[in-house]
Ligand binder design. Structure first.
Ligand code: RB5
Length: 144
């Protein structure tokens, strides 16, 4: 199950991602927003990230206008490694090297075709472990 959420700046792209995931038979839980009314992205980041850290959802996808605010907010949640991606390469590497458990996108900065390629790469790639495991552990120890 993938947890997904956006603010108004990411609403349209979120809808496209949900459609894409459903076509691929990937289960998705939508944490809002549900229209283009202005909302505060940290609220949605919190809900999606909590679903991930509680293991209710394997991974999260968050979208705001630029992806910046929502990724900053997500990375404040203990246990979250959120990566703002602008390319399929970013998405692949954030899984392989950083074990990112939340993907962030900018609805106003990344076109829908590239965004869906990014989502596909993110969901297809796996953490490599090995030397990267130690580094990810060091990232997580910064929470202490
Ligand atoms: C909302 O206008 C906008 O600030 C938000 O979507 C995001 O881009 C923040 O980083």
């Amino acid at each position: 199950m993938i947890a997904i959420g956006s603010d108004h700046g990411g609403f349209e792209l979120k809808a496209k991602i949900i459609e894409f995931l459903k076509e691929k038979n990937v289960e998705v839980k939508d944490y809002g927003c549900y229209n283009t009314d202005s909302i505060d992205y940290p609220d949605v980041a919190k809900d999606v990230c909590q679903a991930v850290v509680k293991n209710e959802c394997e991974r999260g996808i968050l979208v705001c206008g630029t992806g910046i605010g929502i990724s900053i907010a997500a990375n404040k949640v203990r246990g979250i490694r959120a990566a703002l991606c602008h390319s399929s390469f970013d998405a692949k590497m954030c899984r392989m090297h950083n074990d990112a458990n939340v993907l962030c996108l900018g609805g106003r900065t990344t076109g829908p075709e590239i965004a869906l390629e990014i989502v596909n790469s993110y969901l297809s790639a796996s953490f490599e472990g090995g030397r990267h495991a130690k580094r990810v552990e060091k990232i997580m120890s910064l929470e202490d």
